[in-house]
Design a protein around this ligand. Structure first.
Ligand code: GAR
Length: 201
């Protein structure tokens, strides 16, 4: 059983989807830790309700990106984490961090990469831009995380249609329901199962 850490910043609906998938879709991994860079994140409550250990790491307190990433790595390594899932984790990680966990970090992004992604494209902003551009199809992507924001190898994608009258909020909800909450647990299982089969670290 692979040990999974989920990194969050906000509401944590993707974390909830992962928690709910444990034992059914997600069989080869177990969420053993949730880390937030925001002490007020509702995702922390979801973790506590599910009996999962939590940690809060604040960049402001630590003083620099380097110190923030060092602390994160310490916590992840202490907890013997195999797989890191970024689920609405709204901060960019440098090559120093991503290079420490090659093909071990997954991210869910609410568009079909390479559209509407990269630095500055997060949360509702992604859906605002998709609507502004006028695309008819959007979706979600789960990908490995490397030093390029949203630039790592794609693991899975799912398309979602835009409908007349969509607002960024309506579209965000549809992309979550139809794509993110389905795709992320499946992709987590695929990655955990592959590691289990290989048996190595
Ligand atoms: C999700 O839509 C996720 O894909 C997105 O933020 C939302 C977090 O919601 N992530 C990004 O935009 C990353 N670039 P949640 O906290 O309810 O899971």
């Amino acid at each position: 059983m692979r040990r999974i850490a989920v990194l969050v910043s906000g509401g944590g609906t993707n974390l909830q989807a992962l928690i709910d998938a444990q034992g059914s879709v997600l069989k080869s991994g177990k969420i053993t830790l949730v880390v937030s860079n925001n002490a007020g994140a509702y995702a922390l409550e979801r973790a506590k309700n599910a009996g999962i250990d939590t940690a809060v790491v604040l960049k402001k307190e630590l003083g620099s990106q380097e110190a923030f990433e060092t602390k994160l790595m310490e916590i992840l390594d202490e907890n013997k984490i195999d797989i890191i899932i970024l689920a609405g984790f709204m901060t960019i990680l440098t090559a120093r961090f991503t290079g420490h966990y090659p093909k071990r970090i997954l991210n869910v992004h609410p568009s079909l990469i390479p559209a509407f992604c990269g630095e500055g494209f997060y949360g509702l902003r992604v859906h605002e831009e998709a609507l502004r551009y006028g695309v008819k199809v959007t979706g979600a992507t789960v990908h490995f995380v490397n030093e390029i924001p949203d630039g790592g190898e794609i693991i899975a994608q799912k398309a979602v249609y835009i409908e007349d009258g969509d607002t960024p909020e309506i579209l965000q909800r549809r992309v979550m329901e139809q794509a993110e909450w389905v795709l992320l647990p499946q992709a987590a299982e695929t990655v955990c199962a592959t590691l289990v089969t290989l048996g190595g670290n």
